[in-house]
Design a protein around this ligand. Structure first.
Ligand code: PLP
Length: 715
């Protein structure tokens, strides 16, 4: 599928290249051939590697909408965990090198842990944690432009302690300033002066996509690389460099390189993602190992002194270790649940692989220029909007729809990028929030448009057209009003849409009405064209609209229920039959088991009386969790130990009883499935919903409140 998964392939592949470039810095492959050549490769070109890693982290981490620190904390935590492990791994080499026998051991260790790394390459990890945090707060507190100015200032300070140190040295005050810095850290290439700008740039690019064409990106990259070469060689010639990782032209170079990578098509590689990190961390160990083995085998001339050979052996070995480790890591991760806790009572499990599969399946069913607008309203139909939206965003879904402004703000706070369309009414008092969070508002009537426009704040809007549902929208035949909305100076109309009210039905009457709705909508669009109005993005299909009218030429399809892998009712009779896989399962633990004698009753109102001796299990789930009360007294079921067992008596707010008579070995702690694809057909959401006289949409979206959600993702 074109828009998904392939989006970050360039970044994934370049991770490997960047890891190899870092190895060149530490092995100097060209040294035996040409000193200048080696300088150009290892001290100039290879200097893109680490900024690339920072930008990639920034690309996925930094967001101007981020309000809760969860993502940042997870990033810092995992970076520091990796750092901790790396420090331990290198202790033997530290010991061997006499690291622990120097003077001022404690201050030096502190300095190394905080800034320089306890091994020469490990500075990267504290720099990532610190630089990422600085960038995150700057973008959040200020905005991108101010964050860029501030981090650029820091970078310039760093620059004069690095490649331009020769100039700084000539001015005594500045010289003593740097002396001070160098007492705390060996280089200015660290988490304060160096890393933040690249994190900010990464986030900036993520939130301002498609600004540059591929030609512009490649040209920009080539020119800035050329300028950086000139800059570095000049600095080198004049012997101004104290260290050689920071250049002025490194910034444009990285900016254009990153854009170039975003234009690369291909398949994303999780393997490369993990391997590159392992290669980065392990290659100095490999260098030591190769030297040691070469000495043992008396092959120093071939394996060490021949710099090119040395580089190849180190790279191949590191890559082999990296890929093996990544492979093992991925296997261990296999089927890992993100939140193991929370399965002690009743819980929802969402299968993100199925979600991803459905997203692709639906996208493929659309005409080429149409893209998926994922509907996230009501906690993503009870599936947990955070888990669902962040996963979809990660695999390349760029348009989302919500019902309310607060749902839209939540998505932004989760770090969701791309378009977020509010399908419902938003009061004019909240236009500032629309602007602040970059949300797109639906114009639900001419009056709404007029009052929104009066606020004098530029807004992105889609116009809703009423073609016969008579819920929201400007009537399709009010052309003059529609035209006026387009002319309103504070409303930027990015889209125009309608909603089909009986596209789920294939009854002739309903089909005729839907066709009339479609016809009305496109007639309006034609009229707009005749009046030389520019036509914005069009959309009208929801799940059933797509499944029954897949041929419609629109720019988006607003898909809700089908994305979650089910249809509204058990009747699967749609024109297009897709392989959709249910995402949600609802489960509960057996917490109590008892024998009930004939004549005894169970639950409120004595609604169930045992006709014979039976065995009852109590499940701690009820209508307080959104499980419908009208599934009481045998209308609903659970599955325990592969047996379908009926619900007996009335469902309470927090508990229900099932009859497990005849099912062997049921024990406390067993899992009962209430809704789920991995259970009997009777427990699929449409059937459970049907049993409770409702549709899947309602059943699912009512379960958002009290139940923990466990994400499952098999890589
Ligand atoms: C909820 C909603 C959708 C999604 O509907 P599904 O049938 O769940 O795909 C699409 N458009 C609008 C306007 C909606 O309110």
């Amino acid at each position: 599928m074109k828009t998904m998964n392939q989006r970050y392939a360039g970044i994934d592949y370049f991770r490997m290249i960047a890891a190899l470039l870092v190895i060149t810095i530490h092995t100097s492959p060209l040294l035996a051939l040409s000193e200048t050549g080696d300088f150009i490769l290892t001290r100039i070109i290879a200097r893109v590697a680490v900024p690339f890693f920072f930008m990639t982290s920034g690309f996925f981490l930094i967001s101007r909408y981020a309000r809760n620190t969860e993502k940042l904390r997870a990033f810092v935590r995992s970076t520091l965990q990796i750092y901790g492990i790396a420090i331990l791994i290198y202790i033997p080499i530290n010991l061997y090198n006499g690291y622990f026998s120097g003077n001022h051991l404690l201050p030096n260790i502190l300095k190394d842990i905080l800034f320089d790394g306890t091994m020469y390459h490990l500075w990267y990890l504290p720099a990532a944690a610190l630089g990422g945090t600085i960038a995150w707060y700057l973008v959040r507190k200020a905005d991108y432009m101010r964050a860029i100015v501030i981090t650029l200032g820091l970078y310039l300070v760093g620059l004069f302690g690095d490649s331009y140190y020769g100039i700084a040295e000539t001015i005594p005050e500045i010289h003593s300033f740097y002396d001070l810095i160098f007492q705390v850290t060996d280089y200015t290439r660290n988490g304060i002066f160096y890393a933040p700008i690249f994190f900010v740039l990464g986030g900036y690019i993520a939130e301002h996509p498609k600004k540059l064409s591929s030609v512009q990106s490649v040209c920009g990259f080539s020119v800035s690389l050329g300028l950086m070469l000139g800059e570095a060689l000049t600095l080198h010639d004049y012997d101004l460099q104290r260290h050689d990782s920071m250049y002025l032209f490194l910034l444009p170079c990285m900016f254009f390189l990153f854009h170039t990578l975003l234009h690369c098509k291909g398949k994303c590689s999780r393997l490369f993602r993990t391997s590159a990190l392992v290669i980065y961390i392990m290659h100095p160990m490999v260098i030591v190992g190769v030297r040691w083995i070469a000495k043992l085998l008396h092959m120093q001339n071939l394996l060490v002194n021949n710099s090119l050979m040395h580089f190849f052996v180190v790279s191949l070995t590191s890559a082999a270790i990296g890929i093996t480790a990544a492979e093992i890591w991925n296997r261990c991760d296999y089927g890992k649940r993100k939140r193991i806790h929370g399965t002690d009572r009743a819980w929802i499990e969402i299968d993100l692989n199925n979600l991803e599969h459905n997203a692709k399946e639906l996208q493929q069913a659309m005409p080429p220029k149409c893209s998926l607008m994922a509907v996230m309203k009501a906690e993503a139909y009870g599936h947990n909007a955070f888990a669902v939206s962040t996963h979809l965003n990660k695999i390349g879904v760029k348009s989302f729809a919500v019902a309310t402004i607060d749902e839209g703000i939540s998505l932004r706070k989760y770090g969701i990028r791309g378009e977020i369309l509010i399908l419902g009414y938003t009061d004019v008092h909240r236009v500032r929030d629309l602007k602040k969070y970059g949300l797109t508002q639906t114009v639900v009537s001419f009056e709404h448009a007029r009052t929104l426009n009066q606020q004098n704040i530029g807004l992105k809007v889609h116009i809703k057209i009423d073609t016969g549902m008579h819920r929201l929208g400007i009537p399709y035949d009010d052309f003059s009003e529609i035209k006026k909305v387009f002319a309103m100076k504070n409303l930027n109309v990015y889209g125009i849409y309608t909603h089909l009210c009986c596209s789920d039905s294939l009854l002739p009457d309903h089909v005729a009405f839907t066709e009339e709705q479609i016809h009305r909508f496109f007639r309006l669009i034609d009229l707009m064209k005749h009046n030389n109005m520019s036509v914005p993005k069009l959309h009208m299909q929801s799940s059933y609209g797509l499944l029954n009218y897949p041929e419609l030429q629109c720019d988006y399809a607003r898909i809700g229920i089908a994305l979650y892998g089910v249809l509204s009712t058990p009747d699967y009779n749609t024109a297009l039959k897709l392989d959709l896989r249910p995402v949600l399962s609802l489960k509960a633990r057996v917490v109590h088991i008892q024998n009930i004698c004939k004549g005894e009753s169970v639950g409120y109102g004595r609604a169930f009386t045992a006709k014979k001796d039976c065995r009852i299990a109590i499940l701690p789930i009820g209508y307080g969790d959104g499980f419908p009360r009208n599934l009481s007294c045998g209308k609903g079921y659970a599955q325990i130990r592969n047996h379908l067992v009926p619900i007996v008596g009335r469902i309470c707010m927090d508990q229900l009883a099932v009859d497990i008579t005849g099912v062997e070995n049921v024990a406390i702690g067993d899992t009962a499935i209430m809704i789920g694809s991995d259970a009997a057909a009777e427990l699929s959401a449409p059937i459970v919903a049907d049993n409770s006289d409702s549709i899947s949409n309602e059943l699912l979206c009512r379960m958002g409140a009290r139940l923990p959600v466990i994400e499952r993702l098999v890589p």
